[in-house]
Design a protein around this ligand. Structure first.
Ligand code: SF4
Length: 326
């Protein structure tokens, strides 16, 4: 591990003022410390923000929910408001990692999780995300766990977060503080697809800090559900997952948001699926048509083609469970 300067943040303002181009903020440390040990992350300085007052969950004046960036994943998952009003978020959080990790990991850190691509985490291999321009070892290598949506010839790595997939379906907004002031960024605009610059995963500027995430109030009677399929029952990343937020009236879909996990280079909002569902009968035939539309843009490779059908089935099942149709 490369040596680095360590400082504890005395205030939010000072944390942002003291952050330089090669500074990383640390809170739970469940991703950053691992990657520093592997020499994948090599920050010159670290600012420890875990003592900042960003750990509250509050109802907003518009009836939504504001979640501080330092709210622990377990506290968020078991929060009564979240369980009652946004079950998709609670289910996604509880499907991720292990209880010990959820007790440490924070909301802001979860959004910034780095990919689990084997080659990204092993400095013996070429990886455009870790070392721009070096090549991608996954495209012709082992890519069973890799993405089929949003990929490029430069990177096919999946985004690993479950929480972010649920937040994508909930149309969350990310709030940040940086040298240029505060920003409110729709989560769908926060993440970037790899294109020619896979090292750039989101729109954060160097030294810009996530302070909170807000969820909008959902229409009355809205149901939601998160379903995750993986190689083993716990402590495993998604092969395919679906977050659905849906309201039906008279058997027809009135309001719906769909996001997929484990298959995209970012938490994947599927407007194609939403268009297919809106105004239609909430039944298996409609759900299957939505799944076909969601996966139409997929570009599978040799070893991950199975994810196309898997993702379709996980979406259909998630919609059935949310609407309780057989
Ligand atoms: Fe690196 Fe992305 Fe290729 Fe993995 S898929 S080796 S993260 S460039």
């Amino acid at each position: 591990m490369q040596s680095f300067e360590y400082r504890q943040a005395k205030s939010l303002d000072l944390a942002v003022q003291n952050a330089g181009q090669t500074t990383r903020f640390i809170a739970g440390g469940t991703t950053l410390v691992d990657l520093m040990k592997l020499n994948v992350e090599r920050p010159a300085s670290i600012i420890d923000i875990h003592g900042l007052p960003l750990d509250r969950i509050e109802t907003t004046s518009e009836g939504g929910l504001r979640i501080g960036a330092l709210v622990r994943n377990s506290d968020l998952a078991w929060n009564e408001e979240v369980k009652q009003r946004y079950p998709v978020l609670s289910e996604a959080l509880l499907s991720g990692a292990s209880p010990q990790l959820r007790n440490m990991a924070t909301t802001g850190g979860n959004l910034l999780q780095r990919t689990r691509c084997y080659y990204f985490r092993d400095t013996n291999y070429k990886c455009n995300k870790r070392e721009p321009g070096s090549g991608c070892s996954a495209i012709d290598g082992h890519h069973r766990i890799h993405a089929i949506l949003g990929t490029s010839e430069h990177c096919i790595a999946t985004h690993p977060s479950d929480m972010a997939v649920a937040m994508m379906a909930l149309e969350a907004t990310v709030h940040t503080r940086g040298a240029k002031g505060e920003r409110n960024i729709a989560l769908n605009d926060f993440y970037l697809v790899p294109g020619t610059t896979p090292e750039k995963e989101n729109v954060l500027e160097p030294g810009e800090l996530i302070t909170a995430v807000t969820l909008p109030k959902l229409p009355p009677g809205t149901k939601s559900h998160y379903l995750k399929l993986r190689d083993r029952a716990s402590y495993e990343f998604a092969l395919a997952s679906a977050a659905v937020v849906i309201q039906t009236h008279g058997g027809k879909v009135q309001f719906v948001r769909v996001a997929l996990g484990g298959v995209g280079t970012k938490p994947w909002r599927s407007r194609e699926a939403e268009q297919e569902l809106h105004g239609r009968e909430a039944n298996e035939r409609t759900f299957r048509a939505a799944a076909e539309a969601a996966l139409k843009p997929a570009k599978p490779l040799r070893d991950n083609a199975f994810k196309v059908e898997l993702a379709k089935r996980v979406l259909v099942r998630a919609l059935q469970t949310a609407t309780q149709t057989a």
